[in-house]
Design a protein. Structure first.
Length: 115
């Protein structure tokens, strides 16, 4: 059974930083990519960043230059370093894993940004 557990969310002032972590466990076969999504109240879930099995990354335009996605393959960990946070970044952030066995989601971690 594949399990994704996020951590690192919290309350931060605008301009501050947070680092989200996602621990992946279980057997998921061949990894295609891992990603972070977010969902603010009343909004649809939105892709934020992804990193492929080969290490290529891509970001939502509004977070480019402020967020950095990274992965520790040995530890099966995914990270999202979020700097220069803005109130519009506030949301529940979800870890996403896409593999040969399917697509998996974590339970989410809340990020709140005060202005």
């Amino acid at each position: 059974q594949v399990q994704l557990v996020e951590s690192g969310g919290g309350l931060v002032q605008a301009g501050g930083s947070l680092r989200l972590s996602c621990a992946a466990s279980g057997s998921f076969g061949r990894l295609n990519l891992m990603a972070w999504y977010r969902q603010a109240p009343g909004n649809e879930r939105q892709w934020v960043a992804y990193i492929t099995s080969g290490g290529s990354t891509n970001y939502l335009d509004s977070v480019k230059g402020r967020f950095t996605i990274s992965r520790d393959n040995a530890k099966n960990m995914l990270y999202l370093q979020m700097d220069s946070l803005k109130p519009e970044d506030a949301a529940v952030y979800y870890c996403n894993l896409q593999a040969s066995s399917g697509t998996y989601w974590g339970q989410g971690t809340q990020v709140t940004v005060s202005s």
